[in-house]
Design a protein around this ligand. Structure first.
Ligand code: SF4
Length: 404
């Protein structure tokens, strides 16, 4: 398996391939040619056709301010090396000094033409979670120790950046007002939910309301095309930060322990990405929200000092009860059902930990089993339910609008 770094990408929402990847590509190219006096970026294929609606231009400008952006809708996809191709050019004194093709290959990852990337490096010899558990048991080490032995302690610096970006996305989202872009006229709800305390609210209701508000905050930031962290995708970016932010701000867990939880959650995301998929287009929403829910459950289990078995079972429960979840975003926007779904998944992650704490010794299904099941189920899902907006809520909503 590769490094867990590639599970967490910081960039503009709402789409890992259409905004986070292009943002990274722009930043990477700009850092190579800082002396250029102007830049031009040509977008091809899917980026050219849907990039305007997805905010690809805004994401590129965040990484490469002032760049001229061209949408090339003439070049046919079969003539491109990748469906999400970008051509970056740098100019100085009116002359082209560099031209590089960069591909947004999914999950916020990029590939630079004719270059191998650090991201391609195999970091974990283990292929799945059971091999990780076996090694931890054999060496009498924790999952966390295994992660740092294989990844190196520099991973922590990256996780600190990720955590900072997650906190900022919660905090920005909690104070923002207004209507989200895209035409659905959906108002932001995080601030309202956060401030809606009843005088006789129980501690449990407060906890769920506050966690939901944090999840809304991040997911609304994503929908507003602002900076979020893929965890593991943009569509599911609210689940893990909401839980971690709650544990940090409201439960007083120290930052260092939050970073540990982030590492363990990252490993869970990594196992899913390696053995199944984290893409709604490939396997439906179970691959996005199901994965995020598993990651958040594992993070909480780690924070509470639960055993490897309990961490695994928490992640397994969280995924198992998202199996079959379809991806049917209304209007092709990452808003309905996505934003609310992040909040529900965050609460479900907590319930999964509560069950795993007591019942782990009786379980029959391993985390690897449920990951394999998710993948098979995803491949069996009708295309209508894999991010095409042709079925489910997207279809019903469209029909209702047409009838009005
Ligand atoms: S419904 Fe689709 S777009 Fe929305 S979060 Fe789920 S997988 Fe992502």
């Amino acid at each position: 398996m590769k490094s867990i770094i590639s599970v967490y990408k910081i960039g503009n929402g709402p789409s890992s391939s259409h905004t986070v990847g292009p943002y990274h590509a722009a930043q990477t190219f700009g850092s190579r040619y800082p002396d250029a006096d102007s830049y031009e970026v040509t977008l091809y294929g899917s980026l050219a056709f849907t990039g305007e609606g997805h905010g690809t231009g805004k994401a590129i400008l965040s990484g490469l301010p002032g760049a001229k952006i061209v949408f090339d809708r003439e070049t046919r996809e079969e003539d491109l090396p990748h469906p999400n191709t970008m051509l970056f050019k740098a100019f100085k004194d009116g002359k082209e000094i560099a031209a590089t093709r960069i591909f947004s290959i999914g999950g916020g990852s990029i590939r630079i033409e004719n270059e191998s990337s650090e991201e391609d490096r195999e970091v974990y010899p283990q292929k799945n979670f059971s091999e990780i558990v076996a090694l931890c048991n054999q060496e009498k080490i924790s999952i966390l120790q295994l992660i740092y032995i294989l990844e190196g302690y520099t991973l922590r610096d990256y996780l600190r950046k990720v955590w900072k970006a997650m906190q900022e996305s919660v905090e920005r989202g909690l104070v923002a007002d207004g209507v989200l872009p895209g035409g659905l006229n959906l108002t932001r709800k995080a601030k309202y939910l956060y401030g809606k305390r009843c005088y006789n609210e129980s501690a449990d209701v407060t906890m769920n309301r506050v966690i939901a508000a944090y999840a809304y905050a991040v997911s609304e930031e994503n929908a507003a095309e602002n900076v979020v962290v893929t965890a593991p995708t943009c569509g599911s970016c609210g689940v893990l930060p909401s839980i971690l932010y709650y544990m940090y701000k409201d439960r007083g867990f120290p930052e260092e322990e939050i970073l540990d939880a982030l590492a363990v959650a990252g490993l869970i995301g990594n196992v899913i990405r390696t053995n199944a998929s984290i893409s709604g287009a490939e396997c439906g929403c179970q691959a996005e929200i199901g994965s995020a829910c598993s990651m958040a459950a594992a993070a909480v289990a780690q924070l509470y000092g639960l055993s490897i078995d309990q961490i695994e079972y928490a992640a397994e429960i969280a995924m198992e009860h998202n199996l079959g979840l379809t991806c049917d975003p209304v209007g092709g926007l990452v808003q309905i059902p996505c934003i609310e779904r992040n909040a529900v998944a965050a609460m479900r992650a907590l319930s999964s930990v509560n069950l795993s704490r007591f019942l782990y010794a009786t379980r029959k299904i391993s985390f690897d089993d449920v990951v394999a099941t998710m993948y098979r189920t995803g491949l069996d899902l009708n295309e209508k339910y894999r991010e095409t907006s042709h079925g489910g809520l997207a279809q019903i909503y469209r029909e209702e609008i047409e009838q009005q």
